[in-house]
Write a protein that binds this ligand. Structure first.
Ligand code: G16
Length: 538
C-alpha cells in the first residue's frame, strides 16, 4: 500500500503551522475565530482527500463558512457524496488530524487513519469546495488547496456559494449518469431545478404580495438575485440586507424581533435567511404591532399539514409522514403535530446530521430545528410510489403532479433556506393564506433562549436528546426544582457546538414567567461551581 510523501507533507504543512489551540469537529464542523483556522482547514483538505479515497474516488464537498456566527468567525464542514453531512464516525478522525501537534504527529495520524480505516492511498481523490462571503474565506481556500495537494486530490473550486448549493452540487456530481441523477452540478442547474418545480406548484394560482426577504447581508443575497431571472413572474420579492461588501453587517440579526434596520408593517410577509442561507424563518407584524415569528416549528407544521393533505388528495394511502424535532421545539408545536395532525414526532439532539438521520426512517420525513434549519426527505420507495401513481380523477392527477414537483423543489441533501422559502410560498399560494392564517394552526408557548458564557463548556454533558444534564453533578436536580415552580415550565441546558457558550432554553405559560425562568436557570448555571465567565445573564 502506498504511503504519504513525507517531504511533500512537511513542506506544505510548514506553510500552515498549528497554533496552541485544541480543535473539535462540532455540531457543524470546525468553527471559531477565522485567524485560528489556517492549519485546521489545511488538514481538512487532507481529511477530505482520505474520505474520497476511502469511498473509491467519490466526490467529497468542503464548505468554508461559519453560517450564523459573527463575521470574524469562519469554519469548515465536510459533505459526503449524497450531500449529507460527513459520517459521524469520521468526526473523531477530523479532530485527531486537526490537533496533531507537529508534522510528525500529523504524518502518524494520517497513517493511523489509513491503516484502521483500510484506506487505499492509490485510489483517486476528488473534492469540490465553496465558501461564503466572509473576507477570511479567500485565504482559507488557499490553505484548503494546499491540504488537497498532500494526497494529490483532483479538485474544483466553485467559488462563492450558499452552503446548500455546495451540498446540491456534491450530490449532482456523484449521481450523474445514474437513475438517481440529481441535477446539473452548478449554481445555474440548481436555480433551474428549483424554479421549474416552483412554477409547476403555483401554476394557475393568484400570486401573493411580494415577500420582503432579509438576507442577513450574507451570501444568500447575491445568490437569490442570481436566481430571480429563472423564476420569471412566478414569484415577487423585495430583498433587504444585501450588503455583502461590509462584513461587519453580516448576521446582525436579533432574536424574536425584526432584523436591525428593517421596519415592519402590518399586512406584509417577511422572511430572514442566516449568513450562509441554510436556515430561514418567517415573520409578520400583527394589527396591534406585535412581532410574530413563524420559526422552524411553524414551517414543519405547515409542511406536514400540506403533505398529508396532498398524499390524501392524490389517493396514495401507503405513504407515512413523520416529523423530527429537537428539544428546542415549542411544546405547543409538538402537541399540534401529535394531536391535531396525528403524525409521529421524534426528538433528537441538535444538529442537522441527527435530524436528517432520523427523518430517513419515514416515507416522508419532515425535519426542522426551531431556528429554521430543516427540510423534507422523500424515501426512494415514496418517490417510486409517487412517480408510479396515475390517479383516477383530475383532482388526483393534480395532487400527484404537485407531490412530484414538491420533491424537486425541496433540497433532499440538507436544510436549504431557498428551498424552504419555495416550500412555504407554495403552500401559502396554494391556500391563498396570509402569514397570520398560517400562524393560527396553534399558539406558541412563550419561550426564551439565553446564552451563558462559561469557562469550560465541555464539562456540560447531556442525555435524552439534550433534555437532561448528567454533568456537572447535581445541576439537573437544581434545574428541575426551579422548573417545577412554573406553570407549563420547561427548561434545558446544553453546550453549543458552534459558539463558546452554554445555551439555556425556557418556556412557560406566560411571557413574564418565561423570562424569569430563563434568567433564573441562566443565573444558576453561571453560579454553579463558579462555572460562569464574564457577565452574569440577567
Ligand atoms: C448549525 C447546525 C444546526 C444548529 C446550529 C446551532 O447551524 O447546523 O443544526 O442548530 O448550528 O448549534 P449549536 O446550538 O450547537 O451552536 P448553522 O446554520 O450555524 O450551520
Amino acid at each position: 500500500m502506498a504511503s504519504v510523501n513525507i517531504d511533500n507533507l512537511n513542506s506544505l504543512s510548514n506553510l500552515h503551522p498549528k497554533p496552541e489551540n485544541t480543535f473539535a469537529y462540532g455540531t457543524a464542523g470546525f468553527r471559531m475565530k477565522a485567524e485560528l483556522l489556517d492549519s485546521v482547514i489545511f488538514r481538512t483538505g487532507i481529511l477530505a482527500s482520505l474520505r474520497s479515497k476511502k469511498l473509491d474516488g467519490k466526490v467529497i464537498g468542503v464548505m468554508i463558512t461559519a453560517s450564523h456566527n459573527p463575521a470574524a468567525d469562519n469554519g469548515v464542514k465536510v459533505v459526503d457524496p449524497l450531500g449529507e453531512m460527513m459520517e459521524g464516525a469520521w468526526e473523531s478522525h477530523a479532530t485527531a488530524l486537526a490537533n496533531a501537534p507537529s508534522n510528525e504527529h500529523l504524518f502518524d495520524a494520517i497513517h493511523t487513519m489509513v491503516s484502521t480505516l483500510k484506506i487505499d492511498l492509490t485510489k483517486p481523490a476528488n473534492v469540490v469546495f465553496g465558501r461564503d462571503t466572509r473576507p477570511s474565506g479567500e485565504a482559507l481556500v488557499a490553505a484548503l488547496v494546499d491540504g488537497l495537494k498532500v494526497l494529490g486530490a483532483q479538485s474544483t473550486d466553485y467559488g462563492i456559494l450558499t452552503t446548500p448549493q455546495l451540498h446540491y452540487i456534491t450530490r449532482c456530481l456523484n449521481t450523474a449518469g445514474t437513475p438517481e441523477a440529481y441535477g446539473e452540478p452548478s449554481a445555474e442547474g440548481y436555480y433551474k431545478k428549483l424554479a421549474a418545480a416552483f412554477k409547476i406548484l403555483v401554476e394557475g394560482k393568484p400570486r401573493l404580495s411580494p415577500l420582503i426577504l432579509d438576507c442577513a447581508n450574507g451570501v444568500g443575497a447575491p445568490k437569490f438575485k442570481e436566481m430571480l431571472p429563472y423564476l420569471g413572474d412566478s414569484f415577487s420579492v423585495k430583498i433587504v440586507n444585501d450588503d455583502v461588501e461590509d462584513a461587519s453587517k453580516l448576521n446582525l440579526n436579533t432574536q424574536q424581533r425584526a432584523p436591525i434596520g428593517l421596519k415592519t408593517a402590518a399586512g406584509e410577509r417577511y422572511a430572514s435567511f442566516d449568513g450562509d442561507a441554510d436556515r430561514i424563518v418567517y415573520y409578520y407584524q400583527d394589527e396591534d404591532n406585535t412581532f410574530k415569528l413563524l420559526d422552524g416549528d411553524k414551517i414543519a407544521g405547515l409542511a406536514a399539514m400540506y403533505i398529508i393533505d396532498l398524499v390524501k388528495s392524490a389517493g396514495i394511502d401507503d405513504i407515512s409522514v413523520g416529523v423530527v424535532q429537537t428539544a428546542y421545539a415549542n411544546g405547543a408545536s409538538t402537541q399540534y403535530l401529535r394531536n391535531t395532525l396525528n403524525v409521529p414526532v421524534s426528538c433528537v439532539p441538535t444538529g442537522v446530521k441527527h435530524l436528517h438521520h432520523e427523518a430517513l426512517k419515514y416515507d416522508v420525513g419532515v425535519y426542522f430545528e426551531a431556528n429554521g434549519h430543516g427540510t423534507v426527505l422523500f424515501s426512494p420507495s415514496a418517490l417510486k410510489t409517487i412517480y408510479a401513481a396515475e390517479g383516477s380523477s383530475p383532482a388526483q392527477a393534480v395532487a400527484i403532479r404537485s407531490l412530484r414537483a414538491l420533491s424537486e423543489v425541496i433540497n433532499q441533501t440538507v436544510g436549504d433556506a431557498f428551498s424552504d422559502l419555495f416550500l412555504v410560498e407554495t403552500i401559502l399560494t396554494q391556500r391563498q393564506w396570509s402569514p397570520k392564517v398560517w400562524d393560527q394552526a396553534y399558539t406558541d408557548l412563550p419561550n426564551r433562549l439565553v446564552k451563558v458564557v462559561v469557562q469550560d463548556r465541555s464539562i456540560f454533558k447531556t442525555v435524552d436528546a439534550e433534555r437532561k444534564l448528567t454533568e456537572p453533578a447535581g445541576l439537573q436536580d437544581a434545574i428541575d426544582a426551579i422548573v417545577l415552580k412554573f406553570s407549563h415550565g420547561r427548561s434545558f441546558v446544553r453546550p453549543s457546538g458552534t459558539e463558546d457558550v452554554v445555551r439555556v432554553y425556557a418556556e412557560a405559560a406566560t411571557r413574564p414567567e418565561t423570562d424569569e425562568l430563563a434568567f433564573r436557570i441562566g443565573g444558576l448555571v453561571f453560579d454553579y461551581n463558579s462555572c460562569g465567565s464574564g457577565a452574569r445573564p440577567r
